[in-house]
Design a protein around this ligand. Structure first.
Ligand SMILES: Nc1ncnc2c1ncn2[C@@H]1O[C@H](COP(=O)(O)OP(=O)(O)OP(=O)(O)O)[C@@H](O)[C@H]1O
Length: 251
């Protein structure tokens, strides 16, 4: 597997708070990498720097062999890096199908507000996209009527509509009912694997991390405390104590 994204020595402080204090991380093509860590550890800051929402004060980011440090979000999206936010960014008064169509139209460079909704090609693609996410049944529902699991999937479908090769997701399961969580992540993982999208996701649910990540990066105070397969990292006594907040089992 080759490296798709590489961060080297990333630094960013807000006043006295070191949100990134020398982040070195290589994301391999095709992997699902989970980021875990306590509140305020700098997980979202890493996503923001990688997607152009924040400019690092030091270090560099390379994507597919080219430097992207400090590029604007739009230039980064164009290169194939997508993101989803902790709170879904849907147009709430539009239907799920219209939301998907707007994202597809944006990728195709159509910006007139209603043109995308009239184009048969865009609508067909939007239907096909939603079907991949198992959302056919709620295509005509307004985005503000969806439950959280469907809202998260619809939101990620919009990010996938832009055809990223790397997708960074900030807490894709936050707010999703415990009973729905695994089904949501299963759908998500299937769609991303089929589309050969590499994924980096911030996650607080350790069952999700264990089941869906190839590797886990543990963030703590702007640094990476541990990195490796979930089977090792989630049993590391320091990670258990510092990050997950439970005592290590006695040997
Ligand atoms: N734009 C900003 N201005 C000032 N401080 C910020 C800004 N963004 C983040 N911070 C601070 O940087 C630190 C890291 O924040 P960040 O949101 O990256 O953490 P996080 O690990 O994603 O936390 P959470 O799990 O709560 O989302 C925090 O102390 C936060 O208050």
């Amino acid at each position: 597997m080759s490296v798709l994204l590489e961060a080297r020595g990333l630094r960013l402080a807000f006043g006295g708070v070191k949100a990134a204090d020398g982040i070195d991380l290589a994301v391999m093509r095709g992997e699902f990498l989970a980021i875990i860590g306590p509140n305020g550890a700098g997980k979202t800051t890493f996503i923001n720097m990688t997607t152009g929402y924040l400019r690092p004060q030091g270090g560099s980011i390379h994507y597919d062999g080219e430097e992207i440090t400090g590029l604007a979000p739009r230039a980064i999206v164009k290169r194939g890096i997508g993101r989803s936010f902790q709170l879904p960014q849907l147009f709430t008064e539009h239907t799920v199908l219209q939301n998907a169509a707007l994202a597809i139209a944006a990728r195709r460079g159509v910006w007139q507000p209603f043109a995308p909704l009239l184009s048969v090609g865009v609508i067909d693609e939007a239907r096909e996209l939603l079907s991949r996410f198992g959302l056919d049944g709620i295509r005509e529902s307004r985005a503000d009527t969806l439950n959280e699991g469907a809202r998260k999937l619809a939101d990620i479908a919009m990010a996938v509509a832009l055809r990223p090769r790397l997708l960074l997701m900030d807490e894709p399961t936050s707010g999703v009912a415990a009973s729905e969580k695994m089904a949501v992540v299963e759908t998500l993982a299937r769609v991303l694997r089929e589309a050969e999208v590499t994924a980096v996701f911030v996650e607080h649910d350790m069952d999700v991390v264990e089941r869906f990540s190839d590797r886990v990066a543990v963030w703590s105070q702007g640094r990476i405390l541990a990195l490796g397969p979930p089977g090792e990292v989630l049993r590391d006594p320091e990670v258990l104590r510092e990050v997950i907040g439970v005592a290590a089992p006695h040997a």
